[in-house]
Design a protein around this ligand. Sequence first.
Ligand code: FEO
Length: 395
Amino acid sequence: MHNPIQVSNDTWWTGVNDFETDLFESLWPLPQGVAYNAYLITGTNATAAIDTVKGPHFDEYIKKLTQALNGRDLNYLVVNHMEPDHAGLISQLKKLWPDLKFIGNAKTVPLMKGYHGITENILTVKDGDALDLGGHVLKFAAVPMLHWPESMVTFDETTGVLFSNDSFGGFGAHEGGIFDDEKLQSRWEDEMLRYYAAIVAKYSNVVQMALKKLSGLKIKNIFPSHGTLFRKDITSVINLYDKWSKQEGERGAVVVYGSMYGNTRRMAEAVCTGLAQAKVYDVRLYDASRVDMSVILRDIWKFKGLAILSCTYNTLLFPQIESLCSKLLNRMPKNKILGIAGSYSWSKGALTALQAFAEKIKLEKVAPEVEVYAAPTAEDLKQCAELGFNIGEKL
Ligand code: FEO
């Protein structure tokens, strides 16, 4: 992957792997790294790059880009998205090719000025506008709030490649091959869903609109800006995105807890026992203090069942559970069965806060709401198991 890779007719991958960034957006861990995919199309009349990469990877990106250009100038840069992991090198490209023209939309213009001080040579496009490179006709479609207002996708009518930007993207650097038929799906799907839950999930209704908007295109390949490039089975990857954005959770459950001394954990374990009694075996029991939030969100998005348990901390929710609830309220998941339980010692608070959360999140809630004083009694644990069983019966 140290050289450009031809990914379609006259089309090159010029992206990079990033193993140095620990936290994507300074939020989400990258244990398997991340890839910034960028592309170059060399038409007979003009050349066009599709997005760039994050700033620190200038040397590697420019080496690949110039190699793929093979002595030609870069004429256009299609700016599908202005977030700096893809637009990081716009200013540098302008210095290298002063006549470079930028393709964006009306929402791209202020961001180009704000991030790069660029106000000229920006060609604004609307849905359906075309750019003929000679042998390659590019068409553009806005996908506003997927996940920024200026986000758009580019379709090469000649090759059938959809350059989908963050949509269909995933965490994880390329490990050898870059295409879906060169990787194990079990390796990329989890990281794609973790990316979806962290970055895209809030805009799931926009994903649904975008899928409808793009459904008329004869798409042969989907090349996103992160993660795996899809050429083997486009239908199944579109179906995955459809399922995640419709929030059709699988039969299974996440049981997540915040516990200081293990008592709330014992309650959570009892919830899992109840789920197993209801013959729900795909269960993830997560300690919110020790499992990263993006993994918890990923599996909440994957499964239909959710139980949240918290001890009381300074009269409120345990901080990690509070953080999870805040992230869920930001994303507003749908079609889930929710159970809640709290514990307390010198002051109540957790269950009341979870009840207020449940009111706002508008998920179907099942009984009983369990509240435990100090260490759970056998009767308390029986109630927790009942809660798990009742969640299981609804899945
Ligand atoms: Fe990968 Fe929204 O940038």
